[in-house]
Design a protein around this ligand. Sequence first.
Ligand code: FAD
Length: 158
Amino acid sequence: MSSPPPSRSLHRLIYASRQNLSPETAQDQVAAIIATSIRNNRGVAVTGLLLVHDGWFLQALEGPYQAVMRTYGRIVADPRHVDPHVIAAGPAEEREFGDWNMCARHIGIADDAILATLGQRADFRPTDFTPVAALRLLTAVRGIQQRTEADAVSDPPA
Ligand code: FAD
């Protein structure tokens, strides 16, 4: 049996799952997940991005191997989603989501171009993504998120 990588090496795991949220409270439930994630991930140097779209979650987790695996171990047991499917898991050279202990993004109409680029506008099925496509989508979403935050800072309300 192969031994796990050294505890300080950077690991990235990307998975997709189906939301199991009641429609009336879905936004509050996602907000609660993010609040818990920020609190927990900060303490164990895990960063990432959670994409919430069309009944799906697509999440990247990165950080020390043990911390990522422990975090994912809790996540898979969570009843707020079902059928978690690991798309990619392995060593990473550097963090792609270093700014966020966790951040959620709902894809809106304005973001359709991202999905169109990936040929995913009509039928979003992240479990069919290749590891490269999943990371490309999440990093594209990260770019939008960063620009949105920059705009909010540089363009304060009158
Ligand atoms: P608490 O938040 O105090 O929760 C205690 C217990 O109650 C846990 O078992 C939890 O699963 C359960 N629980 C809490 N609220 C609800 C609810 N509304 N409905 C049903 N059960 C509930 N956690 C992280 O630490 N990092 C992450 O990056 C992360 N990402 C997540 C992504 C998704 C898509 C989902 C669904 C969950 C994610 N979580 C994440 C939450 C994770 O599944 C655990 O709930 C959390 O890590 C437990 O943290 P805690 O021990 O501080 O417990």
